[in-house]
Design a binder for this molecule. Structure first.
Ligand SMILES: [Zn+2]
Length: 187
């Protein structure tokens, strides 16, 4: 399946996420639903030392954006742990965000959000623990950049929605108008 929109907040709350009209600022557009083919792409992007793949796949995200979401004022990404960025040498969400910004002709602004405390890897945790793990874990490092602006927030994979919903909420607390975009939704 291609080009789906899901609500990060309903997903986080384990409600049906693909028909929500109550949380427009938590809508996340996904190019693909996660499957074996997408798993290979994401794995190469994350662990294969191939950040150049982001440029290739940003086009798929761009095509998944409806007209209402493809003209934001800026594009940024969900921040990676500093330790993980060091070990990998790059940040795959930032690579995707920058490539997507290029594709849709919008400024890319790095490091808009930052982690205010360390969190455990979400992949190690169940849904409830994931929500607690990221609660209050992010803040807007550049509030004046986002106030009153349309911000498109990019990540590679949407799983429980906990991280994305937390980051979108932090941006809205700084008066941004928010939309999310990911390469794949892992249902
Ligand atoms: Zn919702």
């Amino acid at each position: 399946m291609l080009d789906v929109a899901v609500c990060a907040r309903c997903l986080r709350e384990e409600q049906p996420p693909d028909a929500c009209v109550r949380h427009p600022g938590d809508r996340v557009h996904a190019a693909w639903v996660y499957d074996e083919r997408v798993a290979l792409i994401v794995h190469a992007l994350k662990f294969g030392g191939q950040p150049g793949l982001a440029t290739v796949h940003a086009g798929a995200i761009a095509r998944a954006l409806p007209a209402s979401a493809c003209h934001p004022d800026l594009v940024t990404s969900v921040p990676l742990h500093a330790a993980r960025r060091r070990e990998r040498g790059y940040d795959q969400a930032a690579c995707l965000a920058e490539a997507l910004a290029d594709t849709i002709g919008t400024p890319y602004v790095p490091d808009v959000l930052r982690r205010v405390r360390a969190t455990r890897a979400q992949s190690e945790l169940g849904p409830g623990a994931r929500r607690r793990n990221v609660l209050g874990a992010f803040e807007v490092a550049r509030p004046r950049w986002v106030a009153g602006r349309r911000v498109l927030l990019v990540d590679d994979v949407l799983t429980t929605g906990a991280t994305m919903a937390e980051c979108l909420g932090a941006l809205r607390a700084s008066r941004a108008r928010t939309t999310g975009a990911v390469l794949a939704w892992a249902q």
